[in-house]
Design a protein around this ligand. Sequence first.
Ligand SMILES: Nc1nc2c(ncn2[C@@H]2O[C@H](COP(=O)(O)OP(=O)(O)O)[C@@H](O)[C@H]2O)c(=O)[nH]1
Ligand SMILES: [Mg+2]
Length: 402
Amino acid sequence: MSENDAKNVKVKDFFKRTVIINEIDEILNFKPETLIGIDQVSSNRLAEHNVKNIEELADLQVDNLPDIKEIPSAILVKWIKIAQVVVRAIKEQLKTHKKLLMIGLDNGGKTSILAVLQDRFSIIKSLLPTRGVKREKLDFFGYPIISWDLGGQVQYREKLYFNRPELFFTEVDLVLYVVDTQDTERFIEAANYFRQVLKSLDELKEAPPVLVVLSKSDQDLRVTREWQNNINAIKTKFNHIVNEYDKFSIDFADTTIYQKETIMQMFSTALKKVSDTSEIIENILEDFTHTIEGKATSLISMDGLIFGSYNTTDTDEALLNNTALIMQTLSNFHNSIGLVRENTMTLDFPLNRFTIRGEKLFEYSELRIPVYLWLLSENPDLLYEKIDYFREQLLPLINMFL
Ligand SMILES: Nc1nc2c(ncn2[C@@H]2O[C@H](COP(=O)(O)OP(=O)(O)O)[C@@H](O)[C@H]2O)c(=O)[nH]1
Ligand SMILES: [Mg+2]
């Protein structure tokens, strides 16, 4: 899943080989000529008739075709049908994602926040800004975060966002609205754009939860009266705007790039709003399993609670979980006769060419029950190599959701 969208695009075969697909949601906005069989001249003719992209092509009515004399109607109908297949497939694929939008005025700190995430989790996949609208996208363990600026010198962008809001605001699972708490001069502008965003969402009948990110809440400032006044002013204003509608829920989280944990906390708040804990843990395990080229992973406590697991086949899942539970039973027995619990348990199956290994990660509850990460892999070297990465980078993240 979090293996980048574009690689899994099932509709790729409909496009010319030279077409580069970075993000699937972008495809709807591609020109018709990107499709196999549609030449540039015809694409331009279509554009003259207000059919500028694939989505608009798919929206044409077969029984009410525009009169384009260079394009025979039988051909046009064929193109419409192809566009419809593509659009349907893409919408289907988009639905399975949890899409997080990060927006706010330019200079608010969005890119910096994404950079912190990227920097902490080298596993996160990033995509460069794409042509046209300048957007940044990060794949946060299977949760795409799309970011762009509002306001300032970027009027041409606003036009696009607010004239064709459906391209940006549909099927959004969470809006992260970033406000620079130090830039008092632009509070009003920030609030106005916020209202415009809610209005667009409302018109599209969308009501994702909203998390207002109070950025640049640096440690030394937080103790000042002035900063506290700023925060109160923002909260009052934004709550007031939200109350103009009775459908949005709003929350606030303050962050500073100088304390990375504030950014982690903000994201865990965000993810908790869109997914349940086990789904988040599973996404993290999935990415790790890919990194170690493993076949299955499970996070299991010594009393048999499975916190989350990832596997590609049912057989691997059964193999891993059954083996893990038996090894844990053995470990409990050893412990009961006074042996020290091993931090690592490994079982090699050389004839079958795989290894199962359990790594003690932490203890949970007052009873201090050990929790192990169990891995099934045909390539144990990678598993040994990356376990420290898991411990240092991913475990703190998982702990936020337990
Ligand atoms: N003091 C402070 N400055 C920040 C913080 N986050 C970002 N900045 C600065 O604000 C400026 C704009 O940040 P940027 O991430 O590019 O904003 P964007 O336009 O919303 O993407 C940069 O000079 C950053 O160094 C923060 O938490 N504290
Ligand atoms: Mg930026």
